[in-house]
Each structure stands twice: as structure tokens, then as C-alpha cells.
Design a protein around this ligand. Structure first.
Ligand code: FAD
Length: 497
């Protein structure tokens, strides 16, 4: 098959992934492309996905979205991090905040100073040196030029998709309602040439983006890209999702509460709270999980919990021939650190950077796939960390997590930190040194040693520096408004406008 310039882009699927791809391509390359999106209301979307990470702000800025409008349309609240409860031991609680812990230097992370202080018998909890953590615990939020704060959002992913659709269609994205019945391929090259809809309509394209969710209609059912199954490292395979009404206080953080064979999420939006239980079917039946979830809701459920089954892992090739998989069709790692929407956004951003205008796919797809592999694996390791470092032995699930083999890449990170306190963020790592430190220390992994940068100050100056930092954070937080009040003022609901 001869290469031909890529002009016609066809997006299969209109969930969060489909409309994210459409919005980004239309905004950045719109005049150069002819973009069509096919979706089926009858099939619907996965209908979950509420917690995000700060990279969404960069992405929204790339799309030129107005933040207040975005928040109003997606019922969003602000998020400063995640509180992990019962993870290392029953009754434990730690926080993974989005901000940096203290002030690091080129020589090493702030945690080294903190470890030195601890060894000398002073210093507070590590979270006391992180502004975002303290603000979250106090239920406060504000945007200020003088105190930059790192945050993301809790949002309704279905409304986000709808919002992105409203931004995409005026930029020329054509939407076709219909079910894809068959995928046509060039007999020689295997490239996808068209989607045949049940209605008989034929949608031709040069480049196809598979956003059909877990089905992977193009990337897997047609191109057989293959799937790397990671259930031996991340054994949960089911989730029950439900919503409750809004609560008096809207927490500016996600709660991830470890339960019998998995964990429960609580995600407060402006108008409701998203709840769900992620669990492992080998250790807990659906009925047991349902009972556990319903017994631990704050407020009455708005409908019966909905079951979703999944296989944790990654598509071996996110980009095969002229098809790029985005979203659930490219793989899934459970939502413990809210990374799925980020992976969609980073995937489409990379596609824009590597867009195959001339129709040559081979070299570009090889590099794209390599980036995607490393990205997925680093996130996977970070999630496994939470399970592996558990000390719980009260249920068969947690004993299995504690005793499981883990990837070599993670073995090395844990050993490094345990022996020397050294934590790092590699070039392809999404999570910062502070993130790794928050989780490792939160999971009770206290290093045996640390860098002696703090000794350059001496005990007295180190103590003064820590006290001053803690004091200025506490003072800053005191002057902030309550999250709920700030939300009301920043993006008032239409009726109170
Ligand atoms: P879907 O939403 O499944 O969309 C698939 C689309 O393809 C639909 O429009 C459908 O109609 C269409 N389609 C499929 N087959 C056909 C066909 N034959 N013809 C026509 N159209 C078709 N992510 C986060 O970032 N944060 C979270 O907190 C989070 N929580 C999650 C919790 C759970 C339990 C799960 C399972 C996922 C969670 N995610 C989260 C992931 C997030 O939900 C997804 O990444 C996101 O919704 C994108 O989904 P999607 O668009 O890939 O797939």
C-alpha cells in the first residue's frame, strides 16, 4: 500500500477519551485535518472517572478552556491530594499531597533534612512541611499569586466529555451517531480503511483513533495488538460504583480507604459524592463487596451500585499500523492515583507532537509505543508500591499483596530508599520525589540512612528552619477561606449567579 498524506482522522468512540482527542486535535491542528467522531448512545460510556491530577490544568490551558466555565460545566471541586486510610496498618492514615514537601536543593530532597531532624529528636510529621497537605486537612482552598498552590479537580468525567464536545463541534469536528458493525482493512497492509456502521454508512479515514473503551474494537479486535496482563501485581479486577448526595463540607481531597480486598473511594463534587469499591474477585464476592460498600457510605445511595470488571494491564502496542488507542482501549491501571484521564491527555498531546502528516507510521509509532510503555510501567510501579508495602495480615488479600513478587524496577526503588533515603524522579516519571516520599513514608518505610545535607546547618539552625517553614505554612493556611466558600465564589451555580 502506498503511503498517503493523513488528512482524514476518524475517532471511534465518544467517551472521555474520544472527546479529549477530538478537542485537542481540533484546537491544535484543526485547519489541517478533517475530524470525524463516531459514538453510540446505545452502547454508552464506562461512566466513571472523577479524580484527576494537576496535569489536567496544563491540558485545559492547551485547549484554551476557561477554568470557571470548565468547573461549572463539570461540577468540579478542587483537589489537593489523596488521603490513604488503613493502607499500611488498620487505623493508619497518610496523605499524598500534590505539593512539594519543604524546600529541596539540587543536592537532595527536603526529606533528608527532615530525617536528620527526626534522628536528632525533633521535627513534626512530614506533612506539616507541605502547604497543600495542610490546606487539605484544614478543608481550605484559595488561588493566590503570592502562594502558588498545586491542585487538580474532582469532576464528572461524562460532563467533561460533553463539555469537550461542545468545544469541538464548532471547530469542525463532525459527530456521527451510530454503532460500528465492522472494521475494514486494506488486504495488503492491514491498515484500517473504514468503519462500517450498522446503518450502512461507511466512514473512511487515513488515521483512526480507537477510543472504544475496554472493547478495543480497532486496536485489539481488528489489529490484535496484544495485552500485557498485570493482575499478578495489581490483582483487583472489579469495581462497584455509586453516588451519594452532596455533603455539608466538600473535602478538597480524595479519600482512598483500604477495605477487606481492595479499597473504597470517596470523591466530592459540587453536587454529589462519587463512591466506589475496587476489589479483587478472588478474595471477595460481588455480594460481599456490595455489602461492604453500602455499609460504608455517608448518605443514601442515589442508585444501585454498578459493577465494572476490568483486567489491569497495558496494550502491547498503543499505536499499531494507522490506529492509535487512547483511554481504556490502551490499557487500564486502577484509579488509586487518578492517572487514567492524564494518560489520555498525555497520549493525545504526544500524538499531536508526532503527528504522521505524510502517512509514514513505522518510526513514529515505534517511538510513541516506547514512550507509552515506560509511562504506563512507571505509573504501574507507583500503584504497586501502595499494596506491596502493606503490613496488614488481617485478610488473605492483604497477605497476598504483602508477599507478592514485584517488578525489578520497583524492587530497586524500594531498596534504594530503604538503605539510603534516596528517591528520584526519572525523565519519564510522572510522580515527583515528594510523591514517592509521601507514599513510602506513609506506608511506614523509614530509611535506615539519609543524605547528610542537613548536618551542614547544624542542629540549631535546622530546627529553626523547620520551625519557620512549619509556622509560615500554618499562617498561610489560617488566612485561606473554606474550600466550599471559595468554590461558591469562584464558580457559583447558575441559580445563585
Ligand atoms: P468509554 O467511556 O467506555 O467510552 C467508549 C466509547 O466508545 C463510548 O462512546 C461508546 O459508545 C463507544 N463505542 C464502543 N463500541 C462502539 C461501537 N461498536 N460503535 C460505536 N461506538 C462504540 N480515571 C481517572 O482519571 N480518574 C478516576 O478517578 C477514575 N476512576 C475510575 C474508576 C473505575 C472503576 C474505572 C473502571 C475507571 C476509572 N477511570 C478513572 C478511568 C476513566 O473512567 C476512563 O479513563 C475514561 O472514562 C475514558 O474512558 P474511554 O473514553 O476510554 O471509554
Amino acid at each position: 500500500m502506498q503511503t498517503r498524506p493523513v488528512k482524514r482522522v476518524v475517532i471511534a468512540g465518544g467517551g472521555t477519551a474520544g472527546w479529549t482527542a477530538a478537542a485537542a486535535l481540533a484546537q491544535q491542528l484543526g485547519p489541517l485535518l478533517d475530524i470525524t467522531l463516531v459514538e453510540s448512545e446505545e452502547i454508552g460510556t464506562v461512566g466513571v472517572g472523577e479524580s484527576t491530577i494537576p496535569t489536567i490544568r496544563t491540558f485545559n490551558a492547551l485547549l484554551g478552556l476557561d477554568e470557571r466555565e470548565f468547573m461549572r460545566e463539570t461540577q468540579a471541586s478542587f483537589k489537593l491530594g489523596i488521603a490513604f486510610e488503613n493502607w499500611a496498618r488498620l487505623g493508619d492514615r497518610y496523605f499524598h499531597a500534590f505539593g512539594e514537601i519543604g524546600r529541596s536543593t539540587w543536592m537532595g530532597g527536603f526529606h533528608n533534612m527532615w530525617l536528620m531532624a527526626k534522628a536528632a529528636g525533633f521535627g513534626g510529621d512530614i506533612g506539616e512541611y507541605c502547604f497543600e497537605h495542610q490546606a487539605a486537612e484544614a478543608g481550605k482552598f484559595a488561588l493566590s499569586e503570592t502562594v502558588p498552590i498545586n491542585f487538580s479537580f474532582h469532576l464528572d468525567a461524562s460532563l467533561y466529555a460533553r463539555f469537550l464536545r461542545a468545544k469541538s463541534e464548532p471547530k469542525g469536528v463532525k459527530r456521527i451517531e451510530g454503532k460500528i458493525a465492522r472494521v475494514e482493512q486494506d488486504p495488503e497492509s492491514g491498515h484500517v480503511t473504514a468503519l462500517m456502521l450498522e446503518s450502512g454508512q461507511r466512514v473512511e479515514g487515513d488515521l483512526f483513533i480507537d477510543c472504544t473503551g475496554f472493547r478495543g474494537l480497532l486496536i485489539e479486535q481488528t489489529l490484535k495488538a496484544g495485552y500485557e496482563d498485570w493482575r499478578h501485581w495489581l490483582p483487583t479486577d472489579s469495581a462497584l460504583a455509586v453516588q451519594t448526595g452532596s455533603t455539608e463540607r466538600i473535602l478538597p481531597y480524595t479519600r482512598a480507604i483500604a477495605r477487606t480486598a481492595g479499597w473504597q473511594w470517596r470523591i466530592p463534587l459540587q453536587s454529589r459524592v462519587g463512591n466506589g469499591l475496587v476489589f479483587c474477585s478472588a478474595h471477595q464476592s460481588e455480594e460481599q463487596a456490595r455489602t461492604e460498600l453500602l455499609a460504608n457510605l455517608e448518605g443514601a445511595p442515589l442508585f444501585d451500585p454498578r459493577l465494572i470488571r476490568y483486567v489491569t494491564g497495558r496494550r502491547r502496542k498503543s499505536w499499531g499500523k494507522n490506529v492509535i488507542a487512547l483511554g481504556l482501549s490502551s490499557g487500564f491501571v486502577e484509579p488509586l492515583e487518578s492517572t487514567s484521564i492524564h494518560l489520555i491527555q498525555i497520549g493525545v498531546t504526544r500524538l499531536i507532537k508526532m503527528f504522521p502528516f505524510a502517512g509514514d507510521f513505522e518510526a513514529l509509532s515505534a517511538r510513541y509505543n516506547e514512550h507509552a510503555r515506560v509511562e504506563f510501567e512507571r505509573i504501574r510501579d507507583f500503584i504497586i508500591l501502595h499494596y506491596k508495602l502493606t503490613e496488614r495480615d488481617d485478610t488473605s488479600f492483604w497477605r497476598a499483596c504483602r508477599d507478592m513478587e514485584i517488578p525489578d524496577s520497583l524492587v530497586e526503588r524500594i531498596a534504594l530508599f530503604r538503605e539510603s533515603g534516596y528517591a528520584y524522579q526519572g525523565p519519564e516519571d510522572l510522580f515527583t520525589v515528594s510523591s514517592w516520599v509521601f507514599v513510602m513514608i506513609g506506608q511506614r518505610l523509614m530509611p535506615k540512612q539519609h543524605h547528610h545535607m542537613g548536618a551542614m546547618l547544624g542542629d540549631q539552625r535546622l530546627r529553626r528552619a523547620l520551625d519557620s517553614l512549619k509556622g509560615s505554612i500554618a499562617q498561610g493556611v489560617t488566612s485561606m477561606p473554606r474550600h466550599k466558600d471559595f468554590l461558591r465564589q469562584y464558580c457559583p451555580a447558575p441559580q445563585s449567579e
